[in-house]
Design a protein around this ligand. Structure first.
Ligand code: CAA
Length: 278
């Protein structure tokens, strides 16, 4: 299946990273974000990342960025990769509109970390062409793409996305559409348990993270990683797991909720488990 022209919706941390790796593979990218200034900000972040990669022999940033065209609205493409805010209603609206505006043979993919692919597919008239294509932050560096099949996703659609992921230099891993898929079903309870360990006074944040970094060879400890992802996002994903799987063990840790209530969302707000103000 030819996937040469790719519409990326959302130019934030994830959408910008996705646009970058797709453009770096030689494809044409149409980049849309409804928020004023978001595409420009995304392009600046891409330029900085591409400059780092160019120092290590990667492509000239200008040669990659010339393939990224900002667009004011959703536009015709072979594939849409949606990476807007993690809100089911907002994503459903994007999928409804994409179904109207993109050619009937186009594939509609979501970078969601937790919203059911099956429910996004259900608002379109092409559920067999709707699929999850879940990248990991920072997208230009991390090699995993989790490919999620909704209930109606066709073999042909899943195979096309697996092939595309490989062509982007990534390693695809397939999962079915159950809450949190595989990645967040494993990651979020790990983070949640680390928050419980802190809340119960088992150890200080630095000790918890040192244990994961040096004991399990993780690049970041769970609390520092939660700060990177955003504590509000962690709580939202735990709620998806809790609702969808119905077991008490998935309830968000009260300390995580309390930090979110206080506006301590992690790096993006300057403070989470750690202080980033300096
Ligand atoms: N673009 C290009 N290069 C980048 C980059 C970017 N955005 N970010 C980092 N790099 C490069 C750096 O330039 C550096 O290159 P050199 O080794 O050649 O100097 C290299 O990557 C390592 O970076 P740093 O030295 O700055 O720091 P580090 O060794 O700690 O690595 C990291 C940074 C790759 C982010 C590493 O900390 C890491 O892997 N962290 C874990 C991230 C993670 O778990 N992400 C998953 C989050 S979950 C998710 O995304 C999905 C979800 O559903 C919630």
């Amino acid at each position: 299946m030819k996937l040469e022209r790719v519409l990326v919706v959302g130019a934030g941390q994830m959408g910008g990273g996705i646009a970058q790796v797709v453009a770096a593979s030689g494809r044409r990218v149409l980049l849309h974000d409804a928020a004023p200034g978001a595409v420009e900000h995304g392009l600046e972040t891409m330029r900085r990342s591409l400059a780092k990669l160019a120092e290590k022999g990667g492509a000239d940033p200008d040669e990659v960025l010339v393939r990224v065209e900002p667009v004011d609205d959703l536009a015709a493409a072979d594939l849409m990769i949606e990476a807007v805010v993690e809100d089911a209603a907002v994503k459903e609206d994007v999928f409804r509109r994409a179904d109207e505006l993109l050619p009937p043979e186009a594939i509609l993919a979501s970078n969601t970390s937790s919203i059911p692919i099956t429910s996004l597919a259900a608002v379109t008239g092409r559920p067999e062409r709707v699929v999850g294509m879940h990248f990991f932050n920072p997208v230009p560096v991390l090699r995993l793409v989790e490919v999620i099949r909704g209930l109606e996703t066709s073999d042909e659609t899943a195979a096309a996305i697996v092939e595309l992921a490989r062509d982007l230099g990534k390693e695809p891993a397939e999962a079915r559409d159950f809450p949190g898929f595989v990645s967040n079903r494993i990651l979020m309870p790990f983070i949640n348990e680390a928050a419980y360990a802190l809340m119960e006074g088992v150890a200080e944040p630095e000790a918890i993270d040192t244990i994961a970094k040096l004991g399990f060879a993780h690049p970041l400890g769970p609390l520092a990683l939660a700060d990177l992802i955003g504590l509000d996002t962690c709580v939202a994903i735990m709620e998806v797991l809790h609702r969808g799987l119905g077991q008490a063990k998935y309830a968000p840790c009260p300390l995580l909720r309390q930090y979110v209530q206080a506006g301590r969302l992690g790096r993006k707000s300057g403070r989470g488990f750690y202080d980033y103000s300096s």
